[in-house]
Ligand binder design. Sequence first.
Ligand code: NIG
Ligand code: FE
Length: 423
Amino acid sequence: MSSNYRLLVKNAKQVVLVCNNGEKYLTKHGMQNLCVIENGSVVIGGDGLIKAVGPAEAIWDRYSDASFDQVIDAAGMCVLPGLVDAHTHPVWAGDRVHEFAMKLAGATYMDVHRAGGGIHFTVEHTRAASPSDLLTSLRSRLVRMQRAGTTLVECKSGYGLELQTELKMLKVIEEARCILPINISSTYCGAHAVPKGKTVEEATDDILRVQLPRLKEQMSTGSLQVDNIDVFCEQGVFDLSSTRSILKAGKDMGLNINFHGDELHPMNSAQLGADLGALTISHLEEVNDEGIAAMAKAKTAAVLLPTTAYILRLPQPRARDMLEAGVIVALGSDFNPNAYCCSMPIVMHLACVNMKMSMSEALAAATINSAYSLGRSHTHGSLEVNKHGDLLVLNATRWEHLVYQLGGHQELIRYVVIKGNIV
Ligand code: NIG
Ligand code: FE
């Protein structure tokens, strides 16, 4: 006979709710003042949603262990919301370990790209790969992310640059969504690079006239679920005007605008995004003050990617300036063949050391604000009643160990829970 409740996590030394007033995002003050319960418990119902969270004695009075399918005694441990990775490119074939050596020897990201490597190298291999090979590698990458504490992840297409392969990638993401417990937000990124032999105008035309209409058709029949639209807005890739028309067409189809902007050159991508009502802009290493102000005003989330700045030795994203200006700052791993990192705890660590965020700012950025950047903060990103029962149990008496420790998190993260199931 099944019981009423799925999981009780009891007697935790700390339960970090992150926030508890139904906030959809946090800005600087809220990020610095996270909601933490000392000696707390969390109740997750049979539907996988949080039913109660509070001081252990109060939960003890209302619920008996016998009504739960599973009970975790978290004495001496900490509970946090599952981490949300706001930006990844996890579907591809062919690694680029050889390019890492080139970059260490001084080649820039765009040197490699213009020489036909980088995204183009991955496109060639991904076009040739079978859906089942792509699914196998995607699955193992997502499991690695999950083990490092990620319970909701954004996954982009973008290594096809033509209809057939872009659809193949999106379908593989869709399959992963069905077979794995990790929550997925999927992004069409057909404008990730201009295909070899085409001009920007031709590539834009193909996206507007061929790819997006077909995507729309597949979405309307329910055979594909896509949440966001992305463009790599960059010198030598998609300029402001092509970026605008692609993003606008995606928005008209009901997709959230969530794109790469102001990464390698100042492009005024932030102003463009704010003007279009973008939910999210990623990278922003080269954003200017006007762009920051426009994003704060438009409530466009800034997804900062410390691994990319680190690996490519770029200027650090201006996290402090953004926080001071009231921007909603979120974090992502940017997992891709250039930045091979599946771990949000490492991302938070880098955000603190290199971008000068505090540990509580980094945690808010990797939970409630990343969830906001995917339009999911009403259901994910904090431990609040009626949200998904997605949480981590840390084998440490203070939650900050998740950020403080650099690597080796499999030992630290004792349990990863998604919708009340230990995964
Ligand atoms: O976010 N900048 C563009 N896109 C990715 C890199 C993708 C790749 O190099 O394969 C990024 O860093
Ligand atoms: Fe990216």
